[in-house]
Design a protein around this ligand. Structure first.
Ligand SMILES: [Zn+2]
Length: 308
């Protein structure tokens, strides 16, 4: 997709109406022409009575261009979805539901929030590849926000009002590669080993600050880099930069993250970071092109722990 719009004006010219969006979806999903998902036939008609729907000439199965994407079953116009995905993919810091509601002139905050939540749900690709090579691993604390109190600092050594987060960053010659951020319950060896096992490929070399929780992780060459008198940001420069950007982002865009949705927000940050040079891929991923998601109910979205 080399013809991805580079500006808002270009985007507006490219996707002026729902028909243009449907044409894009059709081409993105069936680059070699429509194929019936039921029988594999390539002969189909676009239905005049049902918007953006093909009927298979062989088996009469009707297939919507939005089936299997995050847009499916939505009452919002395709143009609203496309604008939301474009703004979310191209704003380097992302966009909050409130900003989206204002910019797209959506009727209610709830509509905007659900739109954001559905797009954000596409930010974790199932079966994504584990980090490999040399990987920095470290942990930090994020200040959390409650409904009553916008910012609860906790203060002192108390963990109240703070949420522990583990981070992993691939170290490449030119700088950081891909990253992962994981909400963790504590800094115990068992927890940190699970983070390494679930996110880092066997045979990778893990560089840490030498904290007792890391050694002994299975199947990775753990290369503890004991800090001693040296500052942690010198030993693990990329994780520290990622953590710093994460905290700035959390405060700037969301005015602090909520405990309940922490992992979803971390996933958004990771998605954005890992696609910082491929905005067109971000846009397609957000619309759910190329992957099949189970439809998300409102209840599933507000209770992220119920996500599969
Ligand atoms: Zn068919």
């Amino acid at each position: 997709m080399t013809d991805f719009p580079r500006s808002l004006l270009e985007f507006q010219r490219r996707f002026p109406d729902p028909a243009a969006c449907a044409t894009y979806l059709t081409a993105a999903r069936w680059p070699d022409g429509f194929v019936c998902p039921a029988c594999g036939s390539r002969k189909a008609w676009a239905l005049a009575t049902k918007a953006w729907t093909f009927e298979c000439a062989a088996c009469q199965r009707q297939t919507s261009v939005t089936a299997g994407t995050v847009l499916h079953g939505s009452k919002l116009p395709l143009t609203v979805w496309f604008w939301a995905a474009y703004l979310m993919a191209t704003h380097s810091n992302g966009i909050s539901a409130l900003q989206l509601q204002k910019q797209l002139g959506l009727g209610s905050y709830k509509t905007a929030w659900l739109l954001c939540a559905k797009l954000r749900r596409a930010m974790v690709a199932p079966g994504r590849a584990l980090l490999s090579g040399l990987v920095e691993v470290d942990e930090t604390e994020i200040i959390c926000r409650s409904d009553d109190d916008p910012l609860t600092g906790g203060g002192g050594r108390s963990h109240r009002g703070k949420m522990p987060v583990a981070g992993a960053v691939e170290v490449q010659a030119a700088g950081p590669g891909r990253i992962r951020l994981i909400a963790i319950k504590d800094y115990a060896a068992k927890t940190l080993h699970a983070v390494i096992r679930d996110n880092i490929a066997a045979g990778a070399t893990v560089k840490t600050d030498g904290w007792a929780g890391y050694p002994g992780a299975p199947e990775v060459n753990h290369e503890p880099h004991v800090i001693g008198p040296m500052a942690a940001h010198l030993v693990l420069p990329w994780t520290h930069r990622v953590f710093s950007n994460l905290k700035t982002w959390a405060l700037g865009v969301y005015h602090g993250l909520r405990r309940k949705h922490l992992q979803a927000y971390l996933d958004e940050f990771v998605f954005r970071f890992n696609r910082r040079r491929t905005r067109h891929a971000a846009f397609r991923s957000l619309l759910g092109i190329g992957l099949t998601l189970k439809p998300a109910s409102y209840q599933m979205l507000i209770a992220p722990e119920a996500r599969a």
